[in-house]
Design a protein around this ligand. Structure first.
Ligand code: CMC
Length: 436
């Protein structure tokens, strides 16, 4: 890490001696104050619930400038990656640090493609789930279960194991998500078809049946590929931090990624696309565009507990660049499916317009995030609403595994162990039950 020119001095009003803390500079973005010796020198911890001011690690993978609304994977703007590269090129970039040339792309694609099948036993494991189980419940179980099938790649301290586990996870996630879907609708599983693209193969496994030929639509294939690219990584968000914390104990990569899937499920994180679409459907059922004013009023009322889902972000205090790209894709997919007059898209556009002019949202810097439009795109493709977050998990797997592998390779890596400000009972004695 590069030391900055200045140091931080922490002084106390009670006369305790002040201490100097080193400051480090990243390649871009805020400097950090190194507080690692703080407890040793002062007996104090820092307090930062929700990690609002804490850099939990150093990373060279993804950079977000929330004020500018900029997202870079390994330095490349998301807009250029989403329009100039496909998802597997992006995976190569995230995992190895560089975009592949044509030869490296071919080799990487072949490597991933060779691992798309899952062990046949997985089908029997799936049968233990209720048919109406939420796909994220199924996915959490299936991903965790991979560690029981691939004993040859579970040693997190072995770089070869880490790499093969990464490839297996990227390759098998689409197969698992499609299997979870087929299971809930009672259709036969479709085996991967390795002559299709990553996104094309997923569409095939989702929507083909053994009875009819299935032709992948290039527009839907491109849309899905873009959804995957836009969701591939997002620096130290809740699920990525979960993967890092889980993996920091030395657990195997499949277990760590399963923890990420579980975290992503929440409506404040990956579950927001499902929640956003449900919200739009709700407004549409109850009067549509004419009722937006009433809905916005409820959102602004703190006691209502209602949020404008797909709006606001911990880091972006400007338009989420992914939302713009997703809006573009939304228009393309709706046109392809003959849904130009989709009422939910019209509603979303109207909601966005009103919110962007309303002082409540403007003053809090609340803008549409990636989830505002992604639900509409996925619904138009034919993906059922409960599967949306599973698609997000599929796409984010590469980010999780790249971040996990970066952590394990970092010489400063330690098991994660936050501390606390304890405010419960002090020591007391247990009374015999008759005296309590
Ligand atoms: N609707 C209405 N008010 C909001 C919203 C919203 N969607 N988001 C934030 N606010 C208000 C919040 O009530 C607070 O108001 P006040 O200052 O008066 O108390 C203020 O804006 C700041 O919000 P916060 O909760 O302190 O912000 P945060 O950084 O802790 O939360 C968030 C970020 C994403 C959890 C939140 O904006 C939210 O719940 N949004 C809706 C869910 C959503 O779309 N999540 C997807 C995030 S993007 C996908 C991903 O990367 O995972």
């Amino acid at each position: 890490m590069k030391l900055a020119d200045n140091k931080a001095t922490l002084s106390f009003s009670n006369g305790s001696p002040s201490i100097e803390l080193p400051v480090y500079q990243g390649s871009v973005g805020p400097d950090v104050i190194d507080i690692r010796k703080l407890y040793g020198q002062t007996g104090m911890f820092t307090y930062d619930p929700g990690f609002l001011s804490t850099a939990a690690c150093q990373s060279a993978i993804t950079y977000i400038d929330g004020d500018k609304g900029e997202l870079l994977y390994r330095g490349y703007p998301i807009e250029q990656l989403a329009t100039g590269c496909d998802f597997l090129e992006t995976c190569h970039l995230l995992l190895y640090g560089e975009l592949p040339n044509a030869k490296a792309k071919g080799d990487f694609t072949k490597l991933v493609t060779m691992h798309t099948m899952v062990n046949e036993q997985m089908q029997f494991f799936l049968r233990g789930f209720r048919r109406d189980a939420h796909p994220m419940a199924i996915l959490t179980g299936l991903v965790g279960a991979l560690s029981a099938f691939y004993h040859d790649s579970t040693d997190i301290n072995n770089p070869k194991h880490r790499e093969i586990a990464a490839i297996r996870l990227i390759a098998k996630m689409p197969t698992l998500v499609a299997m979870a879907y087929k299971y809930t609708v009672g259709q036969p599983y479709m085996y991967p078809k390795n002559d299709l693209s990553y996104a094309g193969n997923f569409l095939h496994m989702m929507f083909a049946t053994p009875c009819e030929p299935y032709k992948v639509s290039p527009v839907l294939e491109r849309a899905l590929d873009r959804i995957f690219t836009l969701h591939a990584d997002h620096e130290q968000n809740a699920s990525t931090s979960t993967v890092r914390l889980c993996g920091s104990s030395g657990t195997n990569p499949f277990a760590a990624i399963a923890a990420g899937v579980a975290c992503l499920w929440g409506p404040a994180h990956g579950g927001a696309n499902e929640a956003a679409l449900n919200m739009l459907e709700d407004i549409n059922r109850n009067g549509g565009v004419a009722k937006i004013g009433e809905f916005i009023k409820q959102v602004k009322d703190k006691n209502s507990g209602i949020k404008l889902m797909g709006f606001g972000h911990r880091v972006y205090k400007n338009y989420d660049p992914r939302a713009k790209l997703m809006q573009e894709t939304c228009k393309e997919v709706l046109a392809e499916m003959g849904l130009e007059n989709d009422p939910l898209f019209k509603l979303a556009m109207a909601l966005e317009k009103i919110a962007l002019e309303d002082d409540y949202f403007v003053s809090r810097k609340l803008y549409p995030n990636v989830d505002f439009y992604s639900g509409i795109v996925q619904r138009a493709i034919g993906i059922p609403v409960p599967l949306f977050t599973a698609i997000f998990a599929l796409a984010r797997t590469v980010g999780w595994i790249a971040q996990l592998n970066e952590m394990i390779g970092d010489p400063e890596y330690k098991i994660g162990r936050p501390r606390q400000l304890f405010n419960g009972s002090q020591r007391r004695d247990v009374l015999p039950i008759v005296k309590r």
